[in-house]
Design a protein around this ligand. Structure first.
Ligand SMILES: *Cc1c(COP(=O)(O)O)cnc(C)c1O
Length: 435
């Protein structure tokens, strides 16, 4: 396959807006909040796929990223960046005879978002060169931790994370407010919406934006998707030839980034027979696939709270990929699982000897219901059960040990600053940060 000079991406809301990889990584979104989508969809033939599957995770992942990025970033730099980011495994673990799980929770914050977050951090610093960058973001818990760990210790980048004082779990707070160094955490006397409003005000302040080199590192950044493609290849690499023949992958979905990445992996030539889009009661997509109408309901709170999304922001990328590849959305498996069924399923999985958590259990449930004779099924294990300790313990009637990464942090002192809810104090704090 030939590499083009620079990667080209277009805005899904205005195809005339075209950017290269560096711009897409820096900007996150295009005009009118449009998502960027790759103009070229690289693909490998089956002998190249076999060659890739025989490689180790890091080398193979570097090849996959370079297939998209082209010569815009030297392959040796991409390889270094991937090696920095992917320092933990993504093992396939058998659950029953014809079903396994791809465990994506062995990173520092125990969820699959570590893969995308760490590649995004590496790529942002790569394209920023010597220009200092300040990442400013608000969190209600999980994303802040992934961002903090992803950027921790990187040169020329400071991270400021706002969170609502007293409104996140003590363990969550320990996970990202004990790092120090280039990670600055600020407990705001307000709720999550107040934190988000402060971030928005900061981005509207041109002088501040320029002085600090503000960037949002947001969740729809294209670099995250490229990172996530890599672990679908890693999954297939661990399967036997027979299991690879008729592979079905079930993806627990909220914003549909993970599923988008899986479909991109398939479009590159990875042998995946079909996908199942698994949601909780926030079922906009399953209803859309059944009825052809896009009718988001009000978001409801569920056990699988990382999937409590009724307007999934990556969906336009999936539609675009199906259009470009001339695939039919009829081929996309789908379903929604209630909290009651999720609980039941977690108990059934425990009987099989596998401790799951609500997000993975939803994907397993639909996979088991829809898997046909002769097929092999994989579901994504998106979070470590200890991350949802309270509900897992209550549902399974057991106690879970904290993984070492979390246990170690639990005894460290909090390094957060505290600020009242107001823009002036935050602005003064930001301007006074060490360079
Ligand atoms: C974010 C998240 C999801 C949903 O992933 P999307 O890419 O947003 O669809 C599923 N499970 C867990 C544990 C998550 O943190």
């Amino acid at each position: 396959m030939e590499n083009s000079d620079t990667m080209k991406l277009y805005n899904l809301k205005d195809h005339n807006e075209q950017v290269n990889f560096a711009q897409a990584v820096r900007q996150g979104l295009g005009k009118q909040q449009g998502l960027f989508f790759p103009a070229d969809l690289p693909a490998f033939d089956s002998s190249e796929i076999d060659e890739l599957l025989a490689m180790d995770f890091v080398s193979r992942s570097a090849r996959i990223l370079s297939a998209y990025i082209g010569e815009e970033i030297a392959a040796t730099d991409v390889a270094k960046r991937v090696a920095n980011a992917f320092q933990f495994p993504a093992p396939v673990v058998p659950v029953e005879k014809d079903i396994g799980t791809l465990e994506l929770f062995h990173g520092p914050t125990l969820a699959f978002k570590d893969f995308g977050g760490r590649i995004m951090a590496q790529m942002l610093t790569q394209v920023a060169g010597d220009t200092p960058v300040t990442i400013l973001t608000a969190t209600s818990g999980d994303t802040g931790a992934a961002v903090a760990h992803a950027f921790y210790g990187l040169k020329n980048v400071r991270v400021v994370i706002l969170y609502p004082n007293g409104k996140i779990s003590p363990l969550q707070e320990k996970l990202f407010c004990t790092l120090g160094g280039n990670i600055h955490t600020v407990a705001i006397d307000g709720d999550f919406d107040a934190c988000q409003a402060l971030v928005k005000q900061a981005f509207d302040d041109e002088e501040l934006k320029v002085a600090l080199g503000l960037n949002s590192a947001n969740s729809i950044n294209i670099s995250r998707l490229l990172a996530q493609i890599c672990y679908y290849f890693e999954a297939v690499a661990q399967l036997t030839p027979a299991q690879r023949e008729q592979l079905v992958i079930s993806v627990p979905s909220g914003n549909f980034g993970d599923l988008t990445a899986g479909l991109l992996a398939k479009s590159m030539g990875l042998p995946i027979k079909r996908f199942i889009a698994a949601t909780n009661a926030n079922d906009t997509v399953p209803r859309y696939l059944d009825e052809g109408k896009w009718l988001p309901n009000k978001t409801v709170a569920t056990l699988s709270n990382a999937m409590d999304v009724s307007q999934p922001n990556n969906w336009p990328r999936i539609e675009e990929l199906y259009r470009r590849k001339e695939w039919s959305l009829k081929s996309l498996g789908h379903g929604a699982v209630s909290d009651e069924t999720t609980r039941e399923t977690m108990r059934e999985m425990a009987k099989l000897g596998y401790t799951s958590e609500p997000h993975g259990a939803i994907a397993y449930r639909l996979l088991r219901d829809e898997l046909q004779e002769g097929e092999y099924g994989l579901f994504l294990g998106t979070a470590h059960p200890a991350k949802f300790k309270e509900s897992v313990e209550e549902i399974l009637g057991t106690t879970l040990a904290l993984p070492q990464a979390l246990a170690e942090r639990a005894d460290l002192p909090l390094l957060s600053h505290n600020l009242p809810d107001g823009f002036a104090p935050l602005r003064a704090f930001l301007m006074a940060l060490p360079k």
